[in-house]
Design a protein around this ligand. Structure first.
Ligand SMILES: *[C@@H]1O[C@H](CO)[C@@H](O)[C@H](O)[C@H]1NC(C)=O
Length: 151
């Protein structure tokens, strides 16, 4: 008897918790959509993202060698999977977290915002890396992170 009631309560609680979680996810999702739309309104990807629209943007790059695939001694080649973490600050992509329910970071499509003019070539396959479909992470401070890697 008791056991049955307990399991019914547990089931109800579980239902409540999952409904609440779904509501939270939906709310966060709405915040992200609104924020992204607000940031991209009047955004011009061709304008350098400093406060004044001129000057320079510092771009930092960190290279990670994920693993060495092949080392060919006679051809003097080293094949490996490499990825780059690329950072800069976009003065037009900052927001007040309080006004967006505490949203502190956001994903944005690389093709919708200013991107540093960096091209990386895979020398062994003579192939430029495509980045148009890459997703960037943007923080409320305007800090942007782009992870560039071969897929
Ligand atoms: C962020 O927004 C809140 C609420 O509108 C405001 O009280 C606060 O001063 C703002 N912070 C900054 C840094 O503008």
């Amino acid at each position: 008897m008791h056991f049955h009631r307990l399991s019914a309560i547990v089931a109800q609680l579980w239902f409540l918790i999952s409904v609440t979680r779904k509501l939270c996810v939906a709310e966060m999702y709405d915040n992200h959509v609104t924020l992204r739309q607000t940031l991209l309104k009047n955004y011009d990807p061709l304008v350098i993202p400093t406060k004044t629209g001129s000057g320079t943007v510092s771009v930092s790059m960190v290279m990670y060698m994920q693993n060495v695939q092949r080392f060919d001694e006679s051809a003097h080649t080293l094949s490996s999977l490499v990825s780059w973490d690329i950072y800069w600050k976009d003065a037009h992509l900052s927001w007040n977290e309080t006004e967006y329910n505490g949203v502190s970071s956001l994903h944005m499509k690389a093709s919708t915002v200013w991107m540093p003019d960096i091209s990386i070539i895979n020398a062994l396959e003579d192939q430029w890396l495509d980045w148009e479909d890459d997703i960037l992470q943007v923080w409320s401070s305007g800090d942007v992170m782009w992870i560039l890697s071969e897929n």
